[in-house]
Design a protein around this ligand. Structure first.
Ligand code: HEM
Length: 503
């Protein structure tokens, strides 16, 4: 009895979905794509891949750089060439300026009121403007210089105390990024920050799993049925409690300062957002919930991406000892000549910057950007992209394509020497930070947080792999997640470097 009832429910749902999809795509000339099964669409073709960006890159080799898939009931367009990436992120930028509603993200993003998930419109424009001009602009990033220097020096001192023993660099770099961001965002290290960051990381992992509710968004009760809603609500309650306290403390301090006529010496990110909230001239007024949503973004989009890039850069340098030596020689020459190990020397480290660029090419931490949504049916090169389709730009596939890169699998920082190709969104074969309106606003902040630790690690230590492992044997397998990290943590043995005479 129970079984036949379940079969009845499944059949009705299947018919409903098939009719809905059939009607929606009736007269459209969709891009090519693999055959689709009822209900699951193309999920079975991706099931054998551990990493979606690799699976989609393989399918694109068969079906082309503009490919149509159905993931559950979600009509999905996958872009795998620079020309099509340009169409989506620039030529038709306005049509693709929103994100799809990911049901699992609703609770933690304060009802899609953060920057990453907010639909395109006056609210998102207000936040993005504050972000680019105030929150994460060059001046603000510079104002956090002493925080970065202090936190990286603390880590270097700790690593120095472990000389000759194995250090889990992956873990330490992640904690470093959390400390820097915590101080930049809240002004001081908050006692709850570890609990906060742990929840943010757990939530990020959950998004990566594309919950069944995300694949069938029209079936609203799935989120509750699968337990995702309750889990997200629990996480949200924890992070919201911590954030509410931090924001309230800031408000009180600001009120006291304003009474006494004193100004903040260094404004942290919460101060900047509260100041913006007080500003009556915004295109869209902000409330406290919005402030908290943006702080969540800074942590969820900002810490793991930067930590992962440092981790991959160190891994690649270990794997390629000649490149490590070249980068290390440069770093040591610059710091020794200047007589100081600080951020001011980074400007001169051209080779290190090339190595970071090459790391972002081989291991973009968001290999398919963040999904975009097509606002209205749009024709690209004769193909129709249906309204509401989700669009994935497979940046990873493009950076590993021999059409655009010689020896794409090899780590060759020199390929960027005297090359105009940069990651600022104008070279569509290389988009680790995306392009167009929805491009990452944290690029300057991220670069500062990536360059300094790398330069300090290379300056202060010589590194080797544990257990006599050869450099070429270092495992470079990618793990599954929204941010594509190393599958195995990077564990290395540091030997302190004795500089000739550095102040
Ligand atoms: C290596 C470090 C980073 C990488 C590779 C990276 C990459 C990206 C990518 C690919 C996107 C989506 C762009 C698109 O859809 O076109 C994005 C969006 C975003 N990133 Fe980053 N990011 C990094 C660091 C940061 C940092 C440090 C912050 C903040 C402190 C940040 C905040 C954001 C936000 C708020 C968005 C959403 C923008 C929007 O939807 O308008 N990111 N990032």
């Amino acid at each position: 009895m129970e079984l036949s009832f379940s079969i009845l429910i499944i059949s009705v749902l299947s018919l409903f979905i098939i009719l809905k999809l059939f009607r929606r795509n009736e007269k459209l000339n969709l891009p090519p794509g693999p055959w689709k099964l009822p209900i699951i669409g193309n999920l079975h073709q991706l099931a054998r891949y551990e990493l979606p960006h690799r699976g989609l890159a393989d399918l694109a080799k068969q079906y082309g750089p503009l490919m149509h898939l159905r993931l559950g009931e979600v009509c999905t367009i996958v872009v795998s060439s620079p020309d099509y990436a340009k169409e989506i992120t620039t030529t038709h930028d306005l049509v693709f300026a929103s994100r799809p509603h990911v049901p699992a993200a609703q609770i933690l993003s304060y009802d899609f009121s953060d920057i990453a998930f907010a639909p395109y419109g006056p609210y998102w424009r207000t936040l993005k403007k504050i972000c680019v001009t105030e929150l994460l602009g060059v001046k603000r990033v510079q104002s956090f210089r002493s925080i970065r220097e202090e936190e990286v020096t603390n880590l270097v001192d700790w690593i120095g105390s472990k000389a000759g023993s194995v250090v889990n660099l992956t873990e330490k770099v992640f904690l470093l990024m959390c400390s820097i961001t915590s101080r930049a965002a809240f002004g001081k290290k908050n006692e709850d920050i570890e609990a906060f960051q742990a929840v943010v990381s757990e939530a990020t992992e959950m998004f990566a799993g594309s919950s069944i509710a995300d694949l069938y968004p029209s079936i609203k009760f799935l989120l509750a049925l699968t337990g995702v809603k309750a889990k997200m609500q629990r996480m949200h309650n924890k992070t919201d409690k911590i954030l509410s306290k931090i924001v309230e403390d800031h408000k009180k301090r600001r009120a006291m300062r304003s009474k006494s006529g004193k100004k903040e010496e260094v404004e942290d990110l919460v101060d900047v957002l509260l100041k913006a909230q007080e500003d009556g001239n915004l295109e869209f007024p902000l409330n406290t919930k919005n402030v908290k949503a943006v702080v969540m973004d800074v942590f969820s989009a900002g810490t793991e991406t930067s930590a992962t890039t440092v981790d991959w850069a160190m891994s690649l340098l270990m794997k390629y000892p000649k490149i490590m030596k070249k980068a290390q020689d440069e770093v040591r020459e610059v710091f020794n000549r200047r007589g100081k190990v600080d951020e001011a020397g980074l400007e001169e480290m051209k080779y290190l910057k090339l190595a970071i660029k090459e790391t972002l090419r081989i291991h973009p931490s968001a290999p398919m950007l963040f999904p975009r949504e097509c606002a209205e049916t749009c024709n690209i090169n004769g193909y129709d992209i249906p309204a509401k389709a989700q669009v994935l730009v497979n940046v990873w596939a493009m950076t590993r394509d021999s059409k655009y890169w010689t020896e794409p699998e090899s780590f060759i920082p020199e390929r960027f020497l005297d090359s105009p190709i940069d990651f600022k969104g104008a070279n569509f074969e290389f988009l680790p930070f995306g392009a167009g309106r929805r491009m990452c606003p944290g690029m300057t902040y991220a670069n500062a947080n990536i360059e300094l630790p790398l330069a300090m690690f290379l300056y202060h230590f010589d590194w080797k792999l544990p257990n006599g492992m050869k450099n070429e044997d270092l495992d470079m397998t990618e793990g599954f997640g929204v941010t594509v990290k190393r599958k195995q943590n990077l564990c290395l043995i540091p030997t302190p470097y004795n500089p000739p005479a550095v102040a």
